[in-house]
Design a protein around this ligand. Structure first.
Ligand code: ATP
Ligand code: MG
Length: 389
C-alpha cells in the first residue's frame, strides 16, 4: 500500500480561461515551499498528486499554500477485492467515525464488479470490523474508492487547505507595514487573493528604535511563510517627519505625515514596478482613518489603494492575527513613527486647502525623493528566513 497526497485546487477550478496559468503557478509555489523535501509531483487540469518521504511534514507545509482547497490522504493498492478490503480495515483503525458511506468510481471498466456492488461489499466489510452505521445522506466519513488501470485509490481523510489564489497570480503590491496588529493581517489577506508583496516600513531613528524595526522584519517573516519571496523596504523618514513637525500645526501633523507616506509609496510602486498600494487602515479606527481623512490623504495619489481590513472590526482583526501568528509580535511595546509626538486633538475632517497651504511652507518634494533614494532593502527569501527570526 502506497500513500500519496491528492491536492484539490478549490476556487481556481472556477477560473476556466486562466486555469493553466493558475495551476502552473501553484506548482511553482508548492515547489518553492517544499524545497529540500524528497518528493515527486504529478498533475493535470483537475488534480495533483504528491508522493514523498515525509508526507506529514509535506502536508503541514502545504496547509500554508494559497490556492489549495484541501489535501486528501490517499492510498494506492493493487486492484483486487481482498487487498482493497484489508487495506481499508487497516486505514480506518485510527480514524474516529460512527457513520459512513462508501463511494466507488470504476474508471477501469475492465474491472468486473460494478461500482455499486463494490461499495456494497466494502460497506459490509467495514460494518463487520467497526462499530458503526451506514448513513448515505450525512455520513461523518465518506470513503472514496477509485478503480483505475494503474491501481485502486482509497481516499479517507481530507485536510482543509487555506484556499485563496496562488500567491503572485495578481502580480505584486506594496504593503505599508507598521509594527501594529492591522497591517500584517492586511498583508496575509492580500497574499490570499494572489497578490505578492513588498513591504514598506517608515522608520524615524532615533525617535524610533532598532527594536521597532526588527519587530517589523519579524512580522514580515511570519507572513513570508505564505509567500517565501517578501522584501522589506525601510524608508529613512526622520528628516521629513521633523520638517512636518516644524511647519505644520499640531492637529494636522498626522494628516500631512500620511500624505507624505502615500507620496513615497507611490514613487516606490513606480520605481519597483509594483501594481498597487495596500495598507492596514480600517474605517473609523483613528482620526486619520475617517472617510473624510481618507479622502484628503488618498488624494495625493492615483494609484489604487486597497485596504483589506477596512470593514473589519478590531476584534475580528485581532482574532485573525492570532490565527496567523502575528499577534504576539504585534503587541510588543515598541514605538512607531505614527505614535511618537501624537497630537492631542488630531483633525478628523481635514481641509484640503489647508493641507496644501501647510505643505507649501517647505520643499517637501526634495525630501520625499531623498527618502525613496535611500531605502534599505531587506530580502526575506525562504533560505534567509531563519536567520532573521
Ligand atoms: P496597524 O494598523 O498595523 O495595527 P497602527 O494601528 O499602529 O498599526 P495606524 O496608525 O492605524 O497603524 O496606521 C494605519 C496604517 O498605515 C497601518 O496599518 C499601516 O499600513 C500604515 N502605517 C502606519 N505606520 C506605518 C509605518 N511606520 N510604516 C509603514 N506603514 C505604516
Ligand atoms: Mg491601525
Amino acid at each position: 500500500m502506497k500513500k500519496l497526497l491528492l491536492i484539490k485546487y478549490g476556487e481556481l477550478t472556477t477560473k476556466k480561461g486562466n486555469r493553466k496559468t493558475f495551476i502552473k503557478l501553484l506548482v511553482k509555489n508548492i515547489q518553492a515551499i517544499l524545497a529540500g523535501e524528497n518528493y515527486q509531483i504529478r498533475y493535470d487540469r483537475v488534480r495533483m498528486y504528491i508522493e514523498g518521504e515525509s508526507l506529514s511534514t509535506i502536508t503541514e507545509k502545504l496547509t500554508k499554500v494559497f490556492g489549495i482547497h484541501s489535501i486528501v490522504e490517499c492510498y494506492q493498492v493493487n486492484t483486487n477485492m481482498e487487498e482493497i478490503s484489508s487495506s481499508l480495515v487497516t486505514l480506518l483503525q485510527d480514524v474516529p467515525f460512527q457513520t459512513f458511506k462508501v463511494e466507488t468510481k470504476r474508471a477501469d471498466k475492465d474491472f468486473p464488479i460494478e461500482s455499486m456492488e463494490v461499495s456494497r461489499r466494502l460497506g459490509g466489510v467495514i460494518l463487520k470490523n467497526f462499530s458503526c452505521k451506514v448513513d448515505v445522506h450525512q455520513p461523518e466519513l465518506t470513503i472514496k474508492v477509485e478503480i483505475r488501470k494503474e491501481g485502486t485509490f482509497l481516499y479517507v481523510r481530507e485536510i482543509k487547505g487555506i484556499g485563496g489564489y496562488p500567491v503572485g497570480i495578481q502580480g505584486r503590491g506594496l504593503l505599508m507595514l507598521s509594527g501594529g496588529i492591522d497591517s500584517p493581517v492586511a498583508g496575509y489577506l492580500s497574499l490570499k487573493r494572489g497578490v505578492d508583496l513588498e513591504c514598506l516600513y517608515f522608520e524615524s531613528p532615533p525617535h524610533t528604535s532598532l527594536e521597532a524595526k526588527n519587530k517589523v522584519v519579524k512580522l514580515a517573516s511570519i507572513i513570508n511563510a505564505y509567500s517565501g519571496n517578501l522584501k522589506v523596504l525601510v524608508v529613512p523618514f526622520t528628516k521629513l517627519q521633523e520638517e512636518i513637525y516644524k511647519n505644520v500645526p499640531e492637529s494636522y501633523v498626522i494628516t500631512i505625515m500620511r500624505r507624505m507616506m502615500y507620496r513615497i509609496a507611490e514613487k516606490v510602486v513606480q520605481k519597483r514596478r509594483l501594481k498597487i498600494i495596500l495598507n492596514g487602515e480600517s474605517i473609523g479606527q483613528v482620526a486619520s482613518q475617517t472617510l473624510d481623512s481618507m479622502r484628503v490623504i488618498n488624494s495625493v495619489t492615483n494609484i489604487p489603494v486597497i485596504r483589506p481590513v477596512a470593514c473589519m472590526d478590531k476584534l475580528e482583526i485581532i482574532e485573525l492575527s492570532k490565527q496567523i501568528g502575528t499577534y504576539e509580535t504585534s503587541i510588543l511595546p515598541y514605538e512607531d513613527c505614527c505614535t511618537i509626538f501624537l497630537p492631542k486633538h488630531p483633525v478628523i475632517n481635514p481641509d484640503m486647502e489647508k493641507c496644501i497651504e501647510y505643505e507649501s511652507r517647505w520643499n517637501y518634494e526634495e525630501l520625499v525623493s531623498e527618502c525613496v533614494e535611500n531605502i534599505e532593502v531587506i530580502s526575506l527569501r525562504q533560505e534567509e528566513k531563519d536567520e532573521l527570526l
